[in-house]
Ligand binder design. Structure first.
Ligand code: NAD
Length: 435
């Protein structure tokens, strides 16, 4: 199978190496595409080249020519979120299958374009939801599928981003709602996808509050950072800023972004306290699912630790899962990091004492999720049949963003309850049977 990748930034490296190295016996990387010539050249230089011809590279304006000349079976989309729909639709209409990074897209109009193109071409769209493949999260699916806690009546889900990872969403394109959909789409697509999959249902109504309390100009003043620059590079207060991103100090970041910025002016290290940020850092959502399950959800982007807590309330008992990915880290360093991940899963059935379960483990990035997902994506014939249904198409991709899109609407309308069905009907979208 031949693959081409569009968007050669941070994330594409995992797909490039999976196709060109790990799964090179079944997959072939035929081309790379980006607006940035330096990043294109850097990526091409890392592709093994036994034939000596190198991988073909194309600037973004030549995307259609790339498809015509290189004839990839599948186009992998790893551009910023607001560009996904354009490349997905162009690849589908050129007769190609698509694998896209999350979120599939950021609003309902773009979603409709993707769904129409997929239906009209019959080609496939796969959304690469790596979180489903993390062994500890698959174990929750296994337990819920077994019916051990009975019917799921309610879920409490909290995700905490720390001051390194969380701050990173406030440095570049993610920080503009029209580029990422805000964290309720960009980040929460993972969480709402997990919730839809775990609960085997889809959202019906959504209410939300969201605000920016931490990554603000006022916070910079409180932290004594008056007079900060537009970016960390050459910032006059960088030496006393805990949020400094030092592109010079990290060779991988330097070559990928700092050395490439003359091509397109893309700054990787904009100040996280800037005035022009349009996304929230503190968000709470309530949703009702078609199955009757109700959800309370919180996402905070400046927490002192990073990870998640989820509790499923069922008619026979409770299932609780907590994963501390990073404990006690402040921006800019790895102060007081835990030695290793700390994951607990506890089953508490009515009439019994709580039971700590042995948590399923894996190795590799994102808690062992990425290698398993890449196996299913690029070498499915050597993987066992997936009884958990972890592969995600455009319909799962759509449902995973609809809670966040509805939540954004609710925030914009002072907490109004948004009907997902009405939102879809208004956009002319039919996702088929509700669960
Ligand atoms: N699943 C995960 O865990 C995970 C993790 C990180 C990123 N992602 C996703 O991967 C995608 C890319 O994120 P990233 O962190 O690599 O961003 P990035 O900014 O590092 O890379 C984006 C790349 O797209 C290129 N680009 C910009 N405009 C373009 C255009 N018009 N045409 C072609 N290329 C263009 C940029 O030059 C850059 O090389 C996002 O959708 C993000 O949500 C997913």
């Amino acid at each position: 199978m031949k693959y081409a990748i569009v968007g050669t930034g941070g994330r594409h490296q995992m797909f490039r190496d999976a196709v060109a190295i790990t799964h090179a016996d079944t997959a072939e990387l035929v081309a790379l595409c980006d607006v940035n010539q330096s990043r294109l050249a850097l990526s091409a230089s890392k592709v093994p080249d036994p034939g000596g011809n190198g991988v073909a590279t194309y600037l973004a304006e030549d995307f259609d020519r790339m498809i015509a000349e290189q004839q990839p079976d599948t186009v992998i989309v790893t551009t910023p979120d607001f560009l996904h729909d354009d490349y997905i639709v162009r690849a589908l209409r050129a007769g190609r299958n698509v694998m896209t990074e999350k979120p599939m897209t950021i609003d309902v109009n773009r979603l409709k374009r993707i769904l129409d193109a997929q239906r009209e071409t019959g080609k496939s769209v796969t959304v690469t939801f790596n979180y489903r493949y993390s062994p500890a999260r698959t174990q929750l699916k296994d337990l819920l599928m077994s019916g051990v806690i009975g019917d799921i009546t309610a879920i409490d889900f909290r995700w905490y981003l720390d001051r390194v990872h969380g701050a990173d969403y406030f440095r570049r394109w993610h920080r503009y709602k029209d580029k990422s959909g805000g964290l309720l789409v960009h980040k929460s697509t993972h969480h709402f996808d997990l919730l839809n999959w775990w609960a085997a249902s889809t959202p019906k109504t959504v209410t939300a509050v969201g605000k920016r309390d931490f990554y603000t100009p006022q916070m910079a003043v409180k932290l004594g950072l008056e007079g900060h620059g537009e970016r960390c590079h050459a910032c006059p207060v960088a030496d006393r800023c805990e949020f400094r991103m030092d592109l010079e100090a990290d060779e991988a970041l330097k070559e990928l972004y700092l050395d490439a910025e003359d091509d397109d002016g893309y700054w990787r290290d904009k100040c996280v306290f800037a005035d022009d940020i349009t996304i929230e850092d503190t968000m709470q959502v309530q949703a009702q699912y078609a199955s009757g399950t109700s959800l309370n959800y919180t996402l905070v982007a400046y927490s002192p630790w990073e990870g998640l807590e989820v509790k499923f309330h069922g008619t026979k008992g409770e299932l609780t899962h907590k994963h501390i990915e990073v404990h006690g880290v402040f921006a800019g360093g790895d102060r007081d990091k835990t030695e290793r991940d700390n994951v607990t899963t506890e089953l508490h059935l009515a009439g019994k004492l709580p039971e700590k379960l042995a948590v399923w483990e894996g190795t590799g990035s994102h808690g062992g999720a990425d290698p398993i997902m890449l196996g299913y994506l690029f070498d499915p014939q050597h993987m066992e049949a997936d009884r958990y249904g972890r592969a995600s198409d455009q319909v799962a991709g759509a449902w995973s963003i609809l809670t966040g899109i509805a939540a954004n609407q609710s925030i914009a309308r002072n907490g109004e309850r948004i009907s997902v069905d009405a939102m879809l009907a208004e956009a002319g979208i039919d996702l088929g049977e509700k669960r």
